[in-house]
Design a protein around this ligand. Structure first.
Ligand code: PEP
Ligand code: MG
Length: 569
């Protein structure tokens, strides 16, 4: 649910192997690699003579795991505590206990029944996709811990570390990550997992640099790893020069990011608001600390991914009030629920669909379930009244003028003065003049715009080259949308704008604000400050005139400030 999935391109050079995963927790780490074993407890395939005793044994093991995790949660703090408590809740889930009971009743032994029940739930989470799919790791960890208890063996996990090391794993159980000692664990690299997985969140909180989605790292069996948790760059068995270069580049990037402060603008003073993409009040606090001028995209659906029942108006009003209070008068662009496809919400489920990404999702779903939208708008209006915030509300996945009109009318009826549309469906980009006629603003979402333009699933790593933010066709569409918008202010909030040079290209196309992940704010602001508007326009022309993403990158690199060009990406 961030940008296009990294495709983990790899290249072996004389100085080792270079992979690009997904930066999941910022920072640089260089050190000896310790592989976290993938040997796992497998179901023994045993039958039980006494189903009641088998059920009791399995249930007791789950309860003991829940007790252990709750005790560790009580001793932890912040995200680690929340994750341990959430994993304990999985172990206590009545649905899991029912599935175990059904299997023991069929004569399965306790370990097999536990395994079957957990895999059954994992399958259901996988179908839901997105952040819910990422919870499979937590659930499988519950099985491993419970099975280890039943078999009287130590649970699989991280081996004792003799020296500060970089951990390399297929995936790490959140409960293991929560117990990591930052003095001994320099960094983490996993082949699986997404940037919103619990493992990534805890690593960030512990200050351990992490890269996820680094496919191919385990097979290379490196003795030493260097990683950049911001960019996802991972070097396996680098020589000293290559590792030192990675560290130097990260330091230069950090220094460069600190060179431009205050409101964003180009070198010649053309104002461009630099905003952050956020998922809740904690992100808002981090964004403000990074000096942003506001939030350009609050993905409200991220606040409710674990919810079965729809949140009440009171609950939502309090949540939005906290976000707006953190932003403390800065711009707040809030997107109403974008449920469906890669962002499933249990309480806003459109039902089975052949092709969810092309199905009832975003504003289409809200039109089927207007009570969800009206509750959210009422809560937002209340939070706005309580804080006096400069609140703008926008709809996801708008395709037609009629959808935009419907949304704007609902916002007005709720007393919200600023209503807009995301431009992330090619039809809306091509017909921006009509779609935005009644809107107060628009925000271009390049993640979905690229997905639908190239007919390429954004979660499919093998299609990552089609979803490259440098694709000239994408910018042709952005250019058309901004032109069509006329006087309606347009910002950009897709991941592409987080590339400092593409942020300049976007400004060349005429966007007035860029909203990027918090870690990219400094570099984007610095890049804008080094280029004047005329150069930004030339950069856009260079992209539009290029025959491939590589040529577009090259052409813009020639126009760019050399230091920015060297450190961008
Ligand atoms: C987008 O599609 O570009 C966007 C910003 O929204 P999301 O990534 O949440 O779909
Ligand atoms: Mg989108």
């Amino acid at each position: 649910m961030t940008g296009p999935a990294a495709g983990a391109p790899r290249a072996r050079t004389a100085s080792g192997m270079r992979l690009r995963g997904i930066g999941a927790a910022p920072g640089i780490a260089v050190g000896p690699a310790v592989v976290v074993g993938t040997a796992r407890i497998a179901p023994p395939g045993e039958r039980a003579d006494d189903p009641a005793a088998a059920e009791a044994a399995a249930t007791a093991a789950l309860a003991a795991v829940a007790d252990e995790l709750e005790a560790r949660a009580a001793a932890a703090s912040g995200a680690a505590r929340d994750v341990l408590a959430a994993t304990a809740m999985l172990a206590r889930d009545p649905g899991l206990a029912d599935a175990v009971a059904a299997r023991t009743a069929d004569g399965e032994g306790p370990v097999d029944a536990l395994h079957g029940a957990v895999e059954h739930w994992c399958e259901r989470l996988a179908v839901l996709g997105g952040t819910l799919a990422e919870r499979q790791t937590d659930l499988r960890d519950v099985f491993q811990r419970a099975a280890a208890r039943l078999l009287g063996v130590a649970p699989p996990g991280i081996p004792p570390l003799a020296e500060p090391s970089v951990l390399l794993a297929d995936d790490l159980a959140p409960a293991d990550t929560a117990g990591l000692d930052p003095a001994l664990v320099l960094g983490l690299v996993t082949e699986r997992g997404g940037p919103t997985s619990h493992t990534a969140i805890i690593a960030g909180q512990l200050g351990i640099p992490a890269v996820v989605g680094a496919a191919g790292a385990l097979a290379a069996a490196p003795a030493r790893i260097a990683l950049d948790g911001t960019t996802g760059e991972t070097l396996l068995d680098p020589d000293d020069d290559a590792a030192a270069e990675l560290v130097r580049r990260a330091e230069r990037r950090r220094a460069l990011a600190g060179t431009a402060q205050g409101p964003g603008s180009t070198r010649d003073g053309h104002r461009v608001a630099v905003l952050a993409n956020i998922g809740g009040a904690d992100d808002a606090r981090r964004a403000v600390a990074a000096g942003v001028e506001g939030a350009g995209l609050l993905r409200t659906e991220l606040c409710f991914v674990d919810r079965v029942a729809a949140p009440t108006v009171d609950e939502q009003a309090e949540l939005y009030r906290r976000v707006l209070a953190e932003l403390d008068g800065r711009t707040a662009v809030v997107r109403v629920l974008d449920a469906g496809a890669d962002k499933p919400l249990a309480f806003a489920d459109p039902g089975p669909q052949e092709n969810p990404a092309l199905g009832v999702r975003g504003v289409r779903l809200l039109r089927e379930r207007p009570e969800l939208l009206d509750a959210q708008l009422a809560a937002l209006a209340r939070a706005r009244a309580a804080t006096g915030a400069e609140l703008r509300v926008m709809a996801p996945m708008v395709a037609t003028a009629e959808e935009a009109e419907w949304f704007v009318a609902r916002c007005r009826a709720a007393g919200l003065p600023s209503a807009g549309a995301m431009i992330e469906v090619p039809a809306a980009a091509l017909r921006a003049a009509e779609v935005l006629a009644g809107c107060d603003f628009a925000s271009i979402g390049t993640n979905d715009l690229a997905q639908y333009l190239f007919a390429a699933d954004r979660a499919e790593g093998r299609l990552a080259p089609l979803l490259d933010g440098w694709q000239p066709a994408l910018w042709q569409l952005v250019d058309a949308a901004v032109r069509g918008a006329g006087d309606v202010p347009v910002g950009i909030c897709g991941e592409a704008a987080g590339d400092p040079l593409l942020a300049c290209v976007a400004v060349g196309a005429g966007v007035g604000s860029v909203s990027v992940s918090v870690g990219r704010v400094g570099l984007v602001r610095a890049a804008l400050a080094r280029h004047d508007l005329a150069t930004c326009r030339r950069m856009l022309a260079a992209v539009l005139g290029a025959s491939s993403p590589e040529r577009a990158r090259e052409a813009v690199g020639e126009l760019a400030d050399p230091e920015i060009a060297a450190l961008a990406g």
